[in-house]
Design a binder for this molecule. Structure first.
Ligand code: UDP
Length: 470
């Protein structure tokens, strides 16, 4: 039988793994496409411990997991800025192993016909050339953020980076399509570096040069949200597949859309759904900073006081290790604990898609990771954005200024501002934000419905992968 055989290799952190597994499942719905999903050993172990992923994927005879070391010692940190350990580990350790795996024909029963990997894996371009197969990059961050990455050389050439002077509110001129929108503070966090030889800046410049050379570029977004930026991309890489929001695309495509599609690497605490069931409609603010971001203890307390002073109900994901300098929970002022008992719920990891879809949720204080942002958009939940790093600075600007789906709190963490923004979202401008959220939610749903832009792009992607059969 002639089959297409795709090797999918995500960056081994929660967001990209989640996205790529969803794409893998969508591809597996087509029998003539076989998928080998290459996970890091670390991620695979955690996925298996925390979800039913192994059982779930058993129903696809055309799917298999393989694992590879990611080069990060188990006791090395993988969150905060240390997430760079993961990128470096993959480059140094996993990439030579991948090359060996592909050149030695270890992938069976069908030889590989396509590589589909994270956009940050610049090494994949050489490997694909060497093996003689097409390469598709899937960049799981937002196109609006990735577009600023691609414009980095232009920004440097024009002297806009490194910044001259300290004014972060100066508008940026050399990101086509974002004139008048993006200030210095809204550029990706690494743009604040003063040394252009910084390894992150160098890696991003390299990424920009590589992704435009692949056969295609896949995005988890939809035309109704990022149409103008996608048009900018098409000037450099004509073959764009914009197939998101992937989580609703997958749910629509499954014959039993109610079944779990969780790919969490922490155990989800389902008890929060019972707690949400008891709260009034649209009364709860969901608070989460995702899988990588961290905060100081001082910031943690400012947010907590802001929540208490706003008198809002809240569901807060306090991921283990996410608050630097927090010793014990008895470190928390009594008044905060007392308020939380009355109107709050704290958990260590949430079933986030389900939480955001719950009728009691009225807002989301988020770090603006791309998955979280999209998941919030799909449920029409207004956001307070507190970006941590890299792409999140751009996403939060787009949420606040372009899409008008919430408020951007970047670069501050003060209890009075938290309180003010929570009140704006949950009370003062609630109707306005919910209305805008509904409009965008409808566009998201239309895009994955039959005939919608993401539906058509996924169809085209499947067809193009099929044609890559040997
Ligand atoms: N997530 C989750 N439960 C939580 C917090 C996050 O399932 O308690 C999921 C969330 O739904 C999203 C992913 O983790 O799909 C986080 O990805 P994102 O791109 O938002 O941020 P990152 O973690 O990469 O910074």
């Amino acid at each position: 039988m002639r089959v297409a055989h795709v090797l999918i290799f995500p960056l081994p952190i929660q967001g990209p793994v989640n996205c790529m597994l969803k794409l893998a499942e969508l591809l597996c719905l087509h029998q003539e496409i076989h998928v080998t999903f290459l996970n890091s050993e670390h991620i695979q172990q955690r996925l298996v411990n925390c979800t039913d992923v192994e059982i779930r994927f058993k129903k696809y005879p055309n799917f298999k997991f393989m694992t590879i070391p990611d080069g990060v010692a188990e006791d090395n940190p993988r969150t905060g800025d240390e997430v760079r350990n993961v990128v470096k580990g993959v480059e140094d350790v996993s990439s030579p192993m991948l090359r060996e795996m592909l050149t030695s024909g270890l992938l069976t029963p069908y030889s590989l016909t396509c590589l589909l990997v994270d956009g940050i894996f610049t090494f994949a371009l050489d490997i694909a050339k060497e093996v003689g197969i097409p390469l598709l990059y899937f960049d799981t961050i937002s196109p609006c953020a990735l577009w600023t990455y691609l414009c980095l050389p232009k920004l440097i050439e024009a002297g806009e980076i490194p910044f001259k002077g300290n004014d972060l509110d100066t508008l940026v001129n050399n990101v086509p399509g974002m004139e008048g929108v993006i200030r210095r503070r809204d550029l990706p966090s690494f743009c604040r570096e003063t040394d252009l030889n910084n390894p992150t800046i160098q890696r991003i410049i390299k990424e920009g040069k590589h992704i435009v050379q692949a056969q295609g570029l896949i995005f988890n977004t939809f035309e109704g949200l990022e149409g103008p930026i996608l048009s900018q991309f098409r000037t450099l890489c004509p073959n764009i597949y914009s197939i998101g929001p992937l989580h609703i695309h997958l749910k629509k495509s499954l014959s039993s859309p109610k079944t779990s599609t969780s790919n969490s690497i922490w155990k989800e605490d389902m008890s929060c759904i019972d707690w949400l069931d008891e709260q009034p409609k649209k009364s709860v603010l969901f608070v989460s900073i995702g899988s990588v971001a961290t905060m100081s203890k001082a910031q943690f307390l400012e947010i907590w006081y802001g929540l208490m002073n706003s008198k809002t109900r809240f569901l807060w994901v306090q991921r283990p290790g996410s608050v630097i300098g927090l010793e014990e929970n008895n470190d928390i002022p009594m008044e905060l604990s007392k308020y939380t008992k009355e109107r709050g719920c704290i958990i260590s990891w949430a079933p986030q898609e389900e939480v955001l879809a719950h009728p009691s949720i009225g807002g989301f204080l988020t770090h603006c990771g791309w998955n979280s942002t999209l998941e919030s958009i799909v449920e029409g939940v207004p956001m307070i954005c507190w970006p941590y790093f890299v792409d999140q600075q751009v996403n939060s600007r787009y949420v606040g200024e372009v899409w008008k789906l919430g408020l951007d709190m970047k670069d501050v963490c003060d209890r009075d501002i938290v309180e003010k923004m929570v009140r704006e979202i949950m009370e003062v401008r609630k109707i306005e934000f919910l209305e805008r959220g509904r409009e965008m939610r409808n566009l998201a749903i239309q895009s994955v419905n039959e005939g919608g832009s993401s539906y058509k792009d996924l169809d085209r992607l499947v067809e193009d992968i099929r044609l890559m059969r040997i």
